[in-house]
Structure formats: C-alpha cells, structure tokens
Design a protein around this ligand. Structure first.
Ligand code: ATP
Length: 393
C-alpha cells in the first residue's frame, strides 16, 4: 500500500494543495500553525472519511467554505513497498475521493464509483496514527484501548468483526433500554440475552486471537526499540529505558473469569445487579488491555517518553501482525521528535523500515527529521507555509 498522489481542497488552512510523487517516507516540516497536522488529518479523512482530531467535520472545513475534498491515488499490492521485494508490476492503482459538506453530506468515490455507504470504504486504506494524543492509549479510558484492539481485529480478514459489532451494540442498546424501564423479568430480556451471548462469544474469540499475536509482536518490537534506543542514544549512560521493570500485557474480556465462564452464564449471574443498575454492567463493551509494569499500571508509573515508546511499540506491533496477514498500513506520525529523543525516534524509524510501510511524518524544523532515519528507503520532503505546500528540491 503506497499513496502516490494527494490533493486537498478546503481542509482547514489548506485551500488547494497537491502532494505529488509521494515516496515510502514523506517528511513534512513547517512552523506552528502552518498546516502540517492538517496534511496527516486529510490522509486520515481519505481512509476513514473523518479526522483523528475533531469529531465535527464542520470545524475541519475551511472557514467560509461549504465543503472539503480529499483525493488520493495509491498502489495496492502484496507489500506495496519497493524495497520489500514486492512485484511492482502486480500492484494496481486505486483512487479514493472524499467530500464532506457543512450540511454533513458525505460523498465517497472508490476508483471513480460512488459508494452507497461510507462503510464500503472500511479497510481499503488502513492508517495508524502516532501523535501527541496517542498517550491516551496508556493513560486514557479502556475505550481508547478497545478502539486500538478492535482496529486490528477489524482489519484481520474474515474476523467477522465488522458485522458482529453492530449486532452486539444493537442488542446491548435494546437490553439497556428494557433495564432502564425497570420492573422486568428474565423472559423479557431473553431474546436480547441470546443475541448478546452469541455475538459476544465470537467478538471475544476474535479479539483473543488478535491479542495473542499482538502480545508476541509487542514483546519483540518493544525489546528491539529498547535495544536500539540505547544503541543510538548519544549519551550511552542513558539507561532510563533499560530500568523499566518488565511489562506485561493482558486482555480483559469484559467480564470476570471469561476464560472459564461463558458470557451467557455471566449475564444470568449479573441479572439482578443489572436490573438494579438499569444497564448491562459487563460484557465485551467493557473489555480492556491491561498493561502492567511489575504490579502497577504502566500509565501510572512511567515517564512521558517511556509511555510514548510503549505506544509506538503497540502501534508498530499491531501493524506487524496485520502485515503478516497481507494488510499493510500507512503510518501518520505527528511531531515524534517533540516527544522522543533522537535515539528513540531513530529506533522507531528502524522498525518502520523493517515493516516496509509508507510513512508521513511531521516536525517543526526540517533538521528534526533526519535523512538517515529512512535507511535505503525513498524519501520526499515537503515544506508547509501558511497552508501552502511545496516539495523540497
Ligand atoms: N476550519 C478551519 N479553516 C481554516 N483554518 C483553520 C481551520 N481550522 C484550523 N485552522 C488553522 O489551520 C492551521 C493549520 O493547523 P495545523 O494544526 O495543521 O498546523 P501545524 O502545522 O500542525 O501546527 P503545530 O506545529 O502547531 O502543530 C492553523 O493555523 C489553524 O488555526
């Protein structure tokens, strides 16, 4: 998967911009407020029709304009990237166009054909974002980690997640509205309990399968990040990362003892408490990934830089798992150098080279993004100034 061309219209301060001849690594620099993050956001919008920064697309459309448009051409192939031995001749060129209006109209075209629903775009262009908000993966609510986990499960071919999750959500909403009404018995809930139990079992099994692969990949990627960060650190006495007690990653399915208690039984056991509470207290909608540092939650004891390193390892590991299943990811990395020292940035980029994915990375200063971070891979630089993007020749 490699985006080769991007055109952006009325996207925040990017009035009319084109990024041509995109390469494996694409470095974008410019002063604060120039429009760097907007470029990454526009790629995210191309992939998912929405921004990663703002829920309301009306705030993203340029002031005084009615709609925004993002168009992209990209190669789809076995591995997309040239240095991975991919047979470039087998790559096919695809295109996506997304238009969003102030009236909340969404128009999506895939290879020139208008899509009947936005859902049809799902999975066409998988993107991973690493930005200052990524801290939330460790420090935020379980919902953030569920979203991370489900992003991976969703992209696994034939996981069925895309169909199962809406069914589970619908049954949950119906059950909760009955519980809120009160004065109900088990028989009224029975149809929804049956639907919840059957979808929950499949959702949890798909999550568990992805998580097991993720945990193995995380161990490997995280260990390499630590080793390479220390190797690249200018001050070799920097042992901050080496001092972290070992990390453990666990999946909480959303109800107690899920390994031995089927969800149907947990629902029955919880019934009287659910009726009292007026909602379904346990289930896959409460799942979480628990990351511990020794016996403590990692997010509560580690430094910002250490947390960011773990977040990078989690995202890289997930892309590694997906790549092993033939699903390449595009990485959108916003201002990594602001959070991580050079040794750690270089270690992250070494992993990206290894993965063979396409990368878009931003920084305020051109010199914050180093040529050598890309190894032998192709690199293109862009400069953004007051919403105008030009290639650095
Ligand atoms: N809807 C909008 N219409 C026009 N301009 C907008 C809109 N929303 C935000 N902006 C402006 O667009 C500019 C681009 O913001 P962006 O976050 O992309 O900058 P940046 O280069 O990433 O900055 P920083 O280095 O500070 O993170 C900002 O000046 C912002 O004020």
């Amino acid at each position: 998967m490699r985006i080769r061309k991007l055109s952006i219209h009325n996207f925040r301060n990017l009035k009319a911009s084109s990024l041509l001849g995109l390469e494996d690594f694409n470095f974008i620099h410019g002063l604060n407020g120039s429009g760097k993050t907007s470029v990454l956001e526009s790629i995210h919008t191309l992939a998912l029709t929405r921004s990663f920064r703002s829920r309301k697309m009306q705030t993203v459309i340029s002031f005084e304009e009615d709609s925004l448009t993002v168009r992209g051409e990209f190669f789809v192939g076995e591995f997309g990237c040239k240095n991975k031995g991919a047979d470039v001749s087998r790559e096919t060129l695809s295109s996506i166009g997304v238009r969003r209006s102030r009236q909340d109209m969404v128009l999506v075209k895939l290879n020139g054909e208008k899509l009947a629903s936005v859902g049809e775009l799902a999975g066409v262009l998988p993107v991973q974002v690493i930005n200052p908000a990524s801290f939330e993966l460790l420090e935020g609510s379980p919902g953030v980690r569920r979203q991370y986990l489900d992003w991976g499960v969703f992209h696994v071919k034939h996981s069925g997640f895309y169909e199962l999750w809406p069914r589970y959500r619908k049954a949950l909403q119906q059950r909760n509205s009955l519980l809120r009404r009160g004065n109900i018995g088990a028989s009224v809930l029975a149809p929804w309990d049956a639907e919840l139990a059957s979808t929950a079992t499949l959702i949890s099994a798909a999550r568990q399968r992805h998580f097991e692969q993720l945990a193995v990949a995380f161990d490997e990627v995280y260990r390499k990040l630590l080793e390479n960060s220390t190797r690249f650190a200018e001050d070799r006495s920097d042992s901050a990362l080496g001092n972290i007690p070992s990390l453990s990653l666990e999946l909480y399915a959303g109800w107690k003892d899920a390994e031995v208690v089927p969800f149907a039984e947990a629902l029955k056991a919880d019934l009287s408490q659910d009726i009292k509470s007026g909602f379904t207290r346990n289930g896959p909608h409460r799942a979480d990934i628990v990351l511990k540092c020794g016996r403590l939650r990692a997010g509560e004891v580690l430094s910002r830089g250490q947390i960011k390193t773990i977040v990078c390892a989690l995202k890289l590991a997930q892309s590694k798992v997906l790549l092993s299943q033939g699903v390449p990811t595009v990485f959108l990395i916003d201002d990594l150098a602001a959070e991580l020292d050079e040794g750690r940035c270089r270690a992250v980029f070494l992993e990206l080279i290894d993965l063979g994915v396409q990368v878009f990375a931003t920084a305020v200063k051109e010199s914050d993004l180093h040529n050598e971070w890309c190894g032998e891979r192709s690199l293109k630089r862009f400069h953004v100034e007051h919403g105008s993007i030009s290639p650095v020749l």
